[in-house]
Design a protein around this ligand. Structure first.
Ligand code: PSV
Ligand code: MN
Length: 388
């Protein structure tokens, strides 16, 4: 049997990157609700992210989205992040909010627009050079709504050519991480709909091209942990965008909709060597807090990932392997379920207290006065949000 004491040290390796945009206003296509204290600037987003890290010790880096977080001086922004106790992480490009991209970006049939989309990715790599970021994350809105709207194969060929041009510009220690999504904003065919397509494109590029798995980007019922296993097996799991979904790409708090699925995913991560100091897998959140407060929403999220990681680490691997080899179906399933049902919350509270962190970060945030402080301080200006 594996006990909490056996895994305590390994929990210290956990690092979850926060998305800057989680602190801005977001919503559905029906309404974006604003909240007092929402950041107006990227510096304020970093301050909120640093608060999450200070209270949890789990979130040492922050992902930026360009152009949402564009600034004049990235050295200065990096230093600002450092002063707050965090660092700048993944740079996410954005080719989904410009009129030119109505019919695609890296796949566009018009060479001028395709060149513009490539130039945007190169701008993001320039930013990475300044921020010291390792990963360029590309998610494309490209796709078609109607059969016959575009030539599926030509689009794939243009994508390969565009990605090649971007990949060629990467520095030695930088990576291109290609995210897939099976629908939205295109509904008939997206150009990178699944992990297979992302992987095929990555394999053609080279070793520093990796797949990004956003947990909300699959059809209902998809066995996501299988994909995790396969990508780890092939050494191509670059990053996670964690969130949870009931229906579509809901971008809700990770672990809220289906904690068991999160457990199964993290079990495969641990089993496949994706967790710990030797792993290069980036664990990121990609979430929106439309109706709940954003900072505690992020705190809850990283705690959910930590809790489920602890439970995944608790799986008795030796006993599991034995049961699997012996064909003991129920014993194997029982070993997994024992770990999943272990309530680790009290142990984690002690673990935090032993490391100088608040035993209950949610409660510590509520008691800190930070929320009312930012509501009082951040008056005037334009709150950050989609497209802001
Ligand atoms: C697309 O749905 C996505 O998951 C991509 O990661 C984008 O960069 C992000 O959402 C924007 O919120
Ligand atoms: Mn995503």
């Amino acid at each position: 049997m594996t006990t909490f004491g056996d895994i305590a040290e390994r929990l210290a390796h956990q690092a979850i990157e926060l998305p800057s945009w989680a602190f801005g206003n977001s919503g559905t296509r029906f309404k974006v609700f604003t909240t007092p204290g929402t950041p107006r600037t990227v510096e304020e987003k970093l301050a909120d992210a640093a608060t999450v890290h200070r209270l949890t010790g789990l979130a040492p880096s922050v992902a930026l989205h360009i152009p949402w977080d564009r600034v004049d001086d990235y050295d200065k922004l990096s230093r600002h992040a450092q002063d707050l106790g965090v660092r700048l992480g993944t740079i996410n490009s954005n080719t989904f909010q410009d009129d030119d991209y109505k019919f695609g970006s890296l796949t566009h049939v018009d060479e001028r627009i395709r060149a513009k989309a490539i130039a945007h990715q190169l701008e993001c790599i320039d930013i990475m050079d300044q921020t010291g970021s390792r990963d360029l994350k590309i998610w494309l809105p490209d796709g078609t709504n109607y059969p016959g709207q575009g030539d599926l194969r030509d689009r794939q060929d243009r994508l390969a050519d565009s990605l090649q041009q971007v990949y060629a510009r990467l520095g030695e220690h930088q990576r291109l991480v290609l995210e897939y999504k099976f629908f939205e904003p295109a509904f008939y065919a997206t150009d990178v709909p699944d992990w297979g397509t992302s992987l095929v494109q990555c394999l053609a590029l080279g070793e520093r091209a990796m797949v990004c798995l956003d947990t909300g980007h699959h059809a209902p019922g998809t066995n996501i942990e299988f994909i995790v296993m396969q990508l780890l097996r092939l050494g191509r799991l670059g990053a996670f965008d964690f969130n949870s979904r009931f229906y579509a790409d809901d971008d809700l708090i990770v672990g809220a909709a289906d904690p068991f699925q999160l457990f199964r995913i993290l079990h495969e991560v641990v089993r496949g060597g994706g967790y710990g100091p030797g792993s290069e897998v980036a664990f990121m959140l990609d979430q929106c807090h439309n109706v709940e407060d954003k900072i505690p929403g992020q705190i809850r999220s990283v705690l959910n990932v930590q809790e489920m990681t602890a439970r995944a680490l608790l799986v008795d691997r030796t006993a599991l392997l034995e049961a699997e080899r012996a064909g003991d179906v129920l014993a194997g399933n029982g070993i997994l379920m024992d770990a999943f049902y272990t309530d680790v919350r009290a142990d984690l509270a002690d673990w935090r207290a032993g490391r100088g962190l608040p035993a209950d970060p949610m409660q510590a945030y509520a008691a800190s006065g930070y929320q009312s402080q930012i509501a009082a301080d951040r008056v005037g200006g334009t709150q950050a949000g989609w497209g802001a």
